[in-house]
Design a protein around this ligand. Sequence first.
Ligand SMILES: O=C(C1CCC1)N1C[C@@H]2C[C@H]3C[C@@H](O)[C@@H](O)[C@]2(C1)O3
Length: 130
Amino acid sequence: YEQEETTLRELRLFLRDVLNKLGRDRKFHLFAKPVDTEDAPDYYEIIKHPMDLGTMMSKIDLHRYQTAKSFLDDISRICLNALEYNPDKTPAGRAIRHRACALKDTAEAILKVELDPEFEAQCQELVNSR
Ligand SMILES: O=C(C1CCC1)N1C[C@@H]2C[C@H]3C[C@@H](O)[C@@H](O)[C@]2(C1)O3
């Protein structure tokens, strides 16, 4: 049991570090907090599964991520929502779409370099065993 808690603690530390790296990049600031309906009144009519980097940090602390894959799934959700809501028809929409793709690619690139596949496999085994 202790070994399992040690593994999950290490995962939380790793994921906070990844989020901090993404949060330091100014071009990802628009993904930092939930979309404000003041700015986009129809946003939550269109986007049914909103996600943002601040919510992800809370989810880490709530022990909502048992694997790095589930963390990446939420990053992909942020990207998908941005592509869905922001059409490729205006410079503003294109800029958001570009940054959404950069967010996803950057997160995947960090994990490719910093995440040990063995460690991720150990996390997945933990999920399977529970
Ligand atoms: O999709 C997003 C965010 C980017 C990733 C989440 N928004 C929808 C609105 C449209 C556009 C301009 C502002 O109205 C601002 O509120 C938003 C925020 O950007």
